[in-house]
Design a protein around this ligand. Structure first.
Ligand SMILES: NC(=O)c1ccc[n+]([C@@H]2O[C@H](COP(=O)([O-])OP(=O)(O)OC[C@H]3O[C@@H](n4cnc5c(N)ncnc54)[C@H](O)[C@@H]3O)[C@@H](O)[C@H]2O)c1
Ligand SMILES: *[C@@H]1O[C@H](CO)[C@@H](O)[C@H](O)[C@H]1NC(C)=O
Ligand SMILES: *[C@@H]1O[C@H](CO)[C@@H](O)[C@H](O)[C@H]1NC(C)=O
Ligand SMILES: *[C@@H]1O[C@H](CO)[C@@H](O)[C@H](O)[C@H]1NC(C)=O
Ligand SMILES: *[C@@H]1O[C@H](CO)[C@@H](O)[C@H](O)[C@H]1NC(C)=O
Length: 725
């Protein structure tokens, strides 16, 4: 194997006659084709050598294997690497070499045994794991299915219902649970892992332990009639949960084939299904999202300078409101000691109680033990002054939006906090430069824009100004990851990336309604596309107060492309402010279940006469495809401006922002990836056409126009466009 090999395995034969084959491919010992080849070669050698009696497979540095090398999928998709012949891995290597070997093998599992990693382990004749090891088949998350025999072996080891559940939800189990399920045979401490596995392998050889080929295990599989009922139930549930996805259903078919026609037939069907799915748009989109999510922490000029994140040991938060308490919750959940500062006892109590309630809701749902609750909650300390700020490394300000108040706070922070301390603000509307105007700490002032509720929403926008130092960004990227957020670095503009991109989303919906489209049909079409809810249901949820406030901001900053409608103000006049008032675009019952309101049309007519919009009969019968395009192409248009202005670093960051900030369906690859699947020319021509009928709001921006003219993807880097001009 040449020096370019991506990973390998090594074999060491002990005096006890056990050959230990170790997978080495940092960071997660993923299974590249090189690793798989090497695994096969070492197995063959072990089988030939007279001094080898039994085999143990394990992974280097406490990780069995994180699964098939995901970067190879992309290469298979674009044809950069040749696809191996069908069944080469799952049948020739895993089944006919590993599982069929004349010498017994045992998997010694610590850390991760995910995807292909677990599939290799399941082909061994027994599995020993540590209690903390994670075992699972997460392939469906990438739009594919387990392709190394997992669809056949997992149900045979843990039973059909549990196997289906594990595969369909992609959720891993820990070592202890895996043991009770029958997925592993024994759980031992990491120190004992290798020795136990060696002994177990020898015991199998001497027939002191059973020699089991998982593929042919039958004792946990129900009789065919019962099995068919289980498949029927799984299909119905899957269609309900993910109506736009086909691959989970394909996966169920493959599992069923193995039960009905035997495991070997199942393996062949699995291989055939895998080859089809890996080329699907859904898989391409999900793999794009997988890498884009990891790519948000690569910021040119910032993260390529070799800077190391500084350690943050203590955090202070100003303001215990909804946002502050949510941020505090996220931090203590990741073991950061937090000081929460408020203006008086009453507000402080309220803030601390919000954090407590956030944690207690986890205890109630069974996601947190009482002991863990107490330990976590003890990390939070309240404060009414700045005395305890002398040793904090990060302050996050989350007080009400008031310029002079924030300016005063930053002057105080400069006085009390150590000079290395990161000073972050959660402001969404106030210029960061203005906030720091009265300080000399502009280089360590940065925006930390969380989404509400901050302890649940996964996105964190890190807002930099021209003065923010790269070190501060590197630090905040690290903290973002540690509190399990996906951090995206953006520049200063109204709404930053997410709110700015999605402002036209609501705007387009209202424009369409004023020109004759139906509120409920729009929401239905958008939900069907895969958004968690439609734009009108969303405005109800967020509340009209917030919608009007953000609307004002956009009208001020982008008057030429804001559609001015009186619809929401008119509804507000009647004390309809959304879900909290039980009336908005929908009516809400006690359980907050939404239903359409027949009276809504009166408000729409009034708003229409005020704006002078004319009803276009075409819009009343708009097909779903057109609704989706008329709502999302303006979002694409704004995303292009965000890129053009350098607010976002790269298109993939906007894909992640749309998925994590707005619930854009990940299986469509994010807003820009989706747009490019339709083509810049097409989007340009549609927007151009609508701008003639419905006004400036739809006018394509120059970035979009230039790319459409050259037929260049919207997500291509700027340099690429220049070189083609
Ligand atoms: N084989 C599969 O079908 C499959 C599907 C989904 C996830 N996984 C694996 O599950 C693990 C946990 O997933 P998560 O979403 O919680 O990720 P995570 O955020 O916990 O990341 C786990 C690690 O994946 C690493 N990684 C980066 N590039 C990789 C590559 N080309 N191949 C494999 N790993 C790579 C990252 O460095 C990171 O350390 C990952 O290791 C991932 O590879 C495997
Ligand atoms: C909490 O537990 C429930 C059920 O056990 C699970 O569905 C949910 O994802 C968990 N939530 C978190 C935040 O861990
Ligand atoms: C903003 O804060 C300043 C200083 O604390 C205060 O005097 C002023 O009344 C506040 N303005 C509003 C609108 O709340
Ligand atoms: C900042 O925090 C305040 C107080 O909780 C909140 O009203 C405001 O919406 C927050 N802003 C952002 C952008 O999070
Ligand atoms: C930051 O954005 C706001 C809102 O668009 C704007 O008023 C301000 O001038 C911007 N500041 C800088 C330095 O770009």
């Amino acid at each position: 194997m040449g020096s370019k090999a991506k990973g390998r395995t090594v074999m060491e034969v002990g005096a006890d006659g056990v050959a230990v084959i170790t997978i080495i491919n940092p960071p997660v010992n993923s299974l590249s084709f090189d690793v798989l080849n090497s695994l096969k070669e070492n197995y063959e050698q072990a089988l030939q050598r007279d001094d080898v009696k039994a085999i143990v497979v394990t992974g280097a540095k406490g990780k069995f294997s994180g699964g098939f090398d995901i970067s190879a999928f992309g290469k298979i998709q674009d044809g950069t690497v040749e696809r191996p012949k069908r069944g080469w891995v799952s049948i020739e290597i895993i089944t006919d070499t590993l599982e069929a070997a004349r010498k017994p093998s045992v998997a010694a599992i610590d850390g991760l045994a995910l995807g292909g990693g677990l599939e290799v382990a399941m082909a061994c004749h027994a599995r020993i794991s540590t209690p903390t090891a994670q075992l699972g088949l997460p392939e469906l998350q990438l739009g594919i299915l387990p392709g190394f025999g997992g669809t056949q072996r997992l149900p045979r080891l843990v039973g059909l219902s549990k196997g289906l559940e594990m595969i369909l939800t992609s959720k891993p189990v820990k070592g202890d649970e895996a043991c009770s399920l029958g997925l592993v045979d024994a759980v031992v401490s990491p120190n004992e892992l290798l020795n136990t596995a060696r002994q177990w392998a020898l015991d199998i050889l001497e027939r002191r332990r059973p020699w089991i080929a998982s593929l042919y295990k039958n004792d946990k599989i129900e009789p065919l009639g019962e099995a068919r009922e289980i498949f029927k139930f799984a299909r119905a549930q899957t269609q309900r949960r993910a109506p736009n996805l086909v691959h989970p259903l394909v996966c169920i078919d493959v599992i069923e084939e193995g039960i009905v026609s035997g495991p070997r037939a199942g393996l062949w069907k699995e291989a055939e299904a895998f080859d089809g799915l890996v080329q699907s748009d859904i898989s391409k989109s999900l793999i794009h999202i997988f890498f884009s999510q990891r790519g948000t922490s690569k910021v040119p000029g910032v993260t390529d300078r070799g800077m190391v994140p500084r350690q943050v040991k203590k955090v202070a938060i100003l303001g215990g409101g909804l946002m502050g308490s949510g941020i505090a919750t996220a931090l203590i959940l990741s073991n950061y000691p937090v000081i929460l500062k408020e203006v008086n006892e009453k507000y402080l109590d309220a803030g601390v109680n919000r954090v407590k309630a956030n944690l207690q809701s986890r205890v109630r749902k069974g996601n947190m033990t009482q002991e863990k609750f107490e330990k976590t909650f003890s990390l939070l300390k309240g404060a009414l002054d700045y005395e305890s700020f002398r040793d904090v490394d990060l302050v996050i300000e989350a007080v009400i939006e008031n310029v002079s108040l924030k300016q005063q706070i930053f002057v105080d922070l400069e006085k009390y906090c150590p000079p290395h301390c990161i000073l972050a603000s959660n402001t969404s509307t106030i210029d960061l430069n203005l906030i720091g105007e009265k300080t000399r700490s502009q280089d360590r002032i940065v925006g930390a824009h969380f989404f509400s509720p901050a302890h649940i929403m996964p996105l964190l926008e890190i807002v930099r100004t021209k003065q923010t130092s790269p070190q501060i960004i590197v630090d905040l990227l690290d903290i973002g990851k540690k509190i399990k957020k996906t951090p995206v670095v953006v520049g200063n503009c109204t709404g930053f990336a997410v709110n700015r991109m999605f402002f036209p989303y609501t705007q387009a919906a209202i424009l369409l309604v004023e020109h004759g489209a139906d509120v409920y049909q729009i929401d239905k079409a958008i939900s069907k596309f895969g958004m968690p809810m439609g734009p009108f249901r969303l405005v109800d949820l967020v509340g009209f107060g917030v919608a009007v406030a953000t609307g004002m901001q956009f009208i001020q900053n982008f008057p030429e492309r804001t559609y001015k409608s009186m619809l929401i103000p008119l509804l507000l006049e009647e004390k309809r402010a959304g879900e909290t008032t039980r009336k908005g675009f929908y009516l809400y019952d006690d359980k907050r279940k939404a239903r359409p309101d027949p009276e809504l049309k009166n408000f729409i007519e009034k708003a229409r006469s005020m704006s002078g919009a004319t009803v276009d009969p075409k819009l009343a019968k708009l097909p779903v495809k057109d609704i989706i395009e008329m709502i999302f192409f303006p979002v694409v248009n704004e995303a292009c401006r965000v890129l053009d202005e350098g607010i976002a670093v790269k298109a993939a960051d906007l894909d992640i922002s749309a998925v994590m900030g707005m619930g854009f369906p990940p299986y469509r690859g994010g807003i820009m990836f989706w747009a490019d699947s339709l083509g810049s020319k097409y989007i340009y021509s549609r927007l151009e056409e609508w701008s003639k009928s419905y006004g400036e709001f739809f006018k394509p921006c120059t970035y979009l126009a230039a790319r459409a003219a050259k037929g260049i993807p919207l997500s291509a880097p700027v340099e690429q466009v220049k070189s083609r001009l």
